[in-house]
Design a protein around this ligand. Structure first.
Ligand SMILES: *Cc1c(COP(=O)(O)O)cnc(C)c1O
Length: 234
């Protein structure tokens, strides 16, 4: 079998991303770890398998149908992350397959998640999506709505809030990006201090191809990178 040239690029791209993650941690003197979630949306299965062979452990998809397809094709040899807006009627399709839902963005979804997890006698781990810059095009809570929302969710026993997620505005404005990420970090710290039962702030999921290094410098410990590994989506 010949060497697929695509795989060579993937290897180099992945290595570069991993190296930049380490450099960003070093730059701010962090000794903890960052988890890399490879966002595989629209990628052919060969590419997904290649990066798994290269050691990737976490796969992110933003659509239920694609996520379910990945699970069927690849199986539970990696962890799956649902990172996109989730319709309530699709909860049942992914509840058994994901390690983490990054996009809890409304109360009605809590009810469905809790109901479906309870039926399966399990607990689902979720992150609350925050729309820090209050962009019309994005889902997620306003910063000021997050704590009131958590106080409503505390009683749902089949859901565990494990942290926060955001998508920063797509911009080169580094100051704006830092401001968004700092706001997230401070919110996470504030929530941690409140010691809510069953709620931890273990994960801060922020940083995509455009901004993951800055996000790490500002405290992210989960980055979701697609283009940086696979190139422009086609
Ligand atoms: C597509 C997507 C990403 C990855 O974006 P890239 O810019 O390709 O790295 C991360 N998070 C979410 C929620 C996405 O939909």
């Amino acid at each position: 079998m010949g060497v697929n040239p695509i795989n060579i690029n993937l290897k180099e791209n992945l290595f570069n991303v991993e190296e930049k993650i380490e450099k960003s941690l070093l730059k701010v003197g962090r000794k903890d770890k960052v988890e890399l979630i490879a966002v595989t949306k629209t990628q052919p299965i060969e590419n997904v398998k290649s990066i798994i062979d290269l050691g990737v452990k976490n796969i992110g998809e933003n659509r239920v149908q694609e996520l379910v397809q990945r699970v069927e094709e690849i199986g539970q040899v990696v962890d799956y992350h649902m990172i996109g807006h989730l319709q309530s009627n699709k909860v049942k399709d992914i509840i058994d397959n994901i390690r983490l839902l990054h996009s809890l963005d409304r109360m009605s979804l809590v009810k469905e998640l809790n109901k479906r997890s309870k039926m399966r006698n399990k607990v689902i781990d979720v992150l609350i999506q925050v729309n820090v810059a209050e962009e019309m095009s994005k889902f997620g809570f306003k910063v000021s709505d997050v704590i009131p929302f958590i106080e409503q969710v505390v009683g749902y026993e089949h859901i565990r809030i494990k942290g926060l997620m955001t998508m920063a505005p797509f911009t080169d404005d580094e100051l704006l990006l830092r401001k968004v990420f700092k706001t997230m970090y401070n919110l996470k710290e504030d929530i941690s201090k409140r010691n809510y039962q069953h709620i931890s702030m273990e994960f801060l999921s922020m940083g995509m191809t455009n901004d993951y290094e800055i996000a790490i410098e500002e405290g992210s410990n989960m980055v979701r990178v697609g283009t940086g590994i696979f190139g422009e989506r086609y």
